[in-house]
Design a protein around this ligand. Sequence first.
Ligand SMILES: Nc1ncnc2c1ncn2[C@@H]1O[C@H](COP(=O)(O)OP(=O)(O)O)[C@@H](O)[C@H]1O
Ligand SMILES: [Mg+2]
Length: 613
Amino acid sequence: MGIEQQEFVDLEVPSPTSPLWSEFDAVRFAGHGANGDDRSVKILNLVDICQKETINLLSFKERRVFETLSPRGKRFMCVQVTTLPKRLKIQHDQWVYTTASGEADKPEVAFGFMADMLLSSACVYGKAIHAHNIKEVVAGRYFSKSRTHPTVRSFCRSSDFHLVYSNWLSQELTKLFAPFKEIIGLYHLGTSIEQRLIFLGENYTTKTLISLLSSGTKQISDETLRQFNNGQITRLQYETPIFSFNSISYKARTHDGVEIFVKETPFAKEEKHGAELAARFLPRMMNPRIAAKGELVYPFFQGTTKSDIRLSYIRSGYKDQDLTQRLLHVEMVQAEDTLRAYRQSLSLTGNSIDRAGAQPKYNIQRFFHDRLINDSRMRQYYGKGMNLPGASRSIPFDQLLKLRWRINGQRYTTLQNAFDYARSVVAPESSSIQRCPIAFGIGDLHGGNIMVSDVFNRKGGLSEVLFIDFEVSGFHPIMLDLAKPLYVDTMFESLFRKFLGDGFSNGTRCRLVGGEVVVDLAHRVDTLTQSIFRIKTQCLIKPLRAEVQRLGGNLDDHVPILAVALFLCATVSRNFSDDPMDFAEKFALGMIFLRARNWDGIEACFRELGFSE
Ligand SMILES: Nc1ncnc2c1ncn2[C@@H]1O[C@H](COP(=O)(O)OP(=O)(O)O)[C@@H](O)[C@H]1O
Ligand SMILES: [Mg+2]
């Protein structure tokens, strides 16, 4: 097939006796032709592929985000990937992708990458019956979802098509779709504002639970550590990271040229311990070594944090396609890795966690309950009182806690009541925390703790993702672990507005009226944020709920912990004392979340904040 140089020659396709055999329907080989051009071949199992909705493609390259066309414009298609040992991957593609069921009357439809390729290709060896059957099946599926038929421009590569080829394809489509009589109209590409950014594949779960080995986890060598301890290093120029809030760090090079990342933190021991645990559950991480004077030394990773990329994306006017693609890629990887770690650790119940040498200590409570003891965090930030618009003077701390709130026209309780309730729900000895399923998680997985390699291979869709910062990693009540990434990633712009500078203020209003804090939120949700929220709900939370159910529990019962944790992420993780509007906005967001008692409630909160679905 013209592949002269195959990539990944060492990798073996599992044999029919392997338990993996039934998990894939097709295999992709890639490499280069004689002229160095990119070539790939996909081999399909034709026996029952037509009956399936999902096509599982065994691949050596991983790609999760594909550009595609829908009737209403350009979209990204996000495909789930299962990571297997020996660098094998399975991409879970679908024949056709549609938008959410909520829009059943007017769904947007697009071909999956495999369908796109098959439908737009010619049968080289005559009208091979199998190939033709597959084309008919794909056409049927497309029609049944959209009630219309596609045009040449429904194919994502159509702008590259030669006129001759376009004409041929157009005739092919007419023939293929001829049996479908009730055609209502052709799809036309509109130029309307994009309401959606992504198509999301079905959540797919491989039957075989793949355990990952920690042996591949990178760390610095003995020799590098020795040179560091002997001071045989040169500090390198390094821009201070803006999403680092707890430590001092620098970049250095040892005398024999190894680049390292040095982190000084009072929690070095916790971080080392957390990283050791993480290595059992996460494939994309590095293990630090502790130097003689207590610093943590990591290999240096040439990359950018997810949060930095997000800032660039917002600054680009929410338009940059490469940044969008990278952010979607990381979000998919994050959902996949988090879910796998949860699944693998959830089944380790009490005893086996002890045996694994990892007693749950709930160190994650540093962010939650610990900050509520004696109102310590609130006192630290607002102990001297707080200015609010409409008030003639600064409001003393005790009084601040006793004010009632009215948010978007609805009455809410006082902060005092809110914090009392929060304290009772997240206290380590509370029955809610005691009953909550325990799983391994990084705990502090905001975008500043995920890095993405600077080299982004657009064709391969691959950018290396790395999880960092294991200071609070461990076995956590799963709802506490979920909270931070959910809050920070969905509220990113509002949270980091200060880093964005002028021009990014929103229209939230706040006034103290008759002893009540009145807040009218003007929360905006851009399409990427909306997509990130969908990935989290569809690729992480939904399958997690199913997993907990399979184990005999119900995640719904524990939602009050998540609600409280989101409230605490909004209120006590940052200091808003210098900006009354920021204070009002964040506390109002928190109060809204605090009310949720089940998943419907959480979803209602997000809807109130402008999210859909
Ligand atoms: N191994 C590494 N190589 C290069 N940069 C790193 C590495 N680890 C962390 N960083 C950068 O340093 C920042 C702070 O590191 P992190 O471990 O998150 O510390 P903190 O506890 O201060 O948040 C990160 O946001 C990232 O920008
Ligand atoms: Mg960090």
